[in-house]
Design a protein around this ligand. Structure first.
Ligand code: ADP
Length: 178
C-alpha cells in the first residue's frame, strides 16, 4: 500500500475516488463540499438527491458513493464527519467511522486509489491534531486488517492548509508511512 501526502486541492486529484466531507443532506455546502460540487457539475447534485430520496439523510460517520462526473476522479465518496462538540459526544469514533467506511466502500467497488481531505477540520471545528491522529490510526488499522485482501493500492491525504500538512507530515513519518 502506498500512502501519499499532498498539499493541494482534492478536486484536482486523478484517483479512482475522492472523498467529500459532506453534510447529512448531501445537497452541497461550503468548503471542500462546495469545491467538489462546482467542479463535478450539476449531475453530482442530482445523484446526491436520488440517494437522499432513498435513504432520507446520510448520518454522521456514514458514507455513500456517486460517480465523479466532470471531476478527474471516477467516483466521489460522500461521508459526513462529526461536528466538534467538545469531544464527549463520540466525535473521534464518528470520525474514525468516516475513514473506515470510505475505505470499505472503495474496496467494495474494487478501486485502486482514494484521496481523503481533512474531514471535519473546517467549519465542523474538529481539532486538527486529534483529527490527524484519528485519520492515520484508522487508515493504518484498516490496511492491517485488509492487506492482501483489497484492490486498493494507494491512499492519499490531501491537505489544503499548511497547518494540516505539517501535522500529517509529522504523524506519517512517526508511523513510518511516508
Ligand atoms: P467540514 O465541514 O467537514 O469541517 P470543510 O470543507 O469546512 O468540512 O473543511 C474540511 C477540510 O477541507 C478543511 O481542512 C479545509 O481546509 C479543507 N478544504 C477546503 N477546500 C478544499 C479543497 N478544495 N481540497 C482539499 N481540501 C479542502
Amino acid at each position: 500500500m502506498e500512502i501519499k501526502l499532498i498539499k493541494g486541492d482534492i478536486t484536482e486529484q486523478a484517483v479512482d475516488a475522492i472523498v467529500n466531507a459532506a453534510n447529512p443532506t448531501l445537497l452541497g455546502g461550503g468548503g471542500v463540499d462546495g469545491a467538489i460540487h462546482r467542479k463535478a457539475g450539476p449531475e453530482l447534485l442530482e445523484a446526491c438527491k436520488k440517494i437522499i430520496e432513498r435513504i432520507g439523510s446520510c448520518e454522521t460517520g456514514e458514507a455513500v458513493i456517486t460517480k465523479g462526473y466532470d471531476l478527474p476522479a471516477s467516483y466521489v465518496i460522500h461521508t459526513v464527519g462529526p461536528v466538534w462538540q467538545g469531544g464527549e459526544s463520540r466525535e473521534a469514533n464518528q470520525l474514525a467511522s468516516c475513514y473506515f467506511k470510505s475505505l470499505d466502500l472503495a474496496g467494495s467497488k474494487l478501486l485502486a486509489s482514494i484521496a481523503f481531505p481533512n474531514i471535519s477540520t473546517g467549519v465542523y471545528r474538529f481539532p486538527k491534531e486529534l483529527a490527524v491522529d484519528v485519520a492515520v490510526y484508522t487508515v493504518k488499522e484498516w490496511i492491517k486488517a485488509e492487506l492482501g485482501n483489497t484492490t486498493l493500492q494507494e491512499i492519499r491525504f490531501v491537505c489544503f492548509d499548511d497547518e494540516n500538512y505539517v501535522l500529517y507530515e509529522r504523524k506519517l513519518k512517526e508511523n513510518n508511512l511516508v
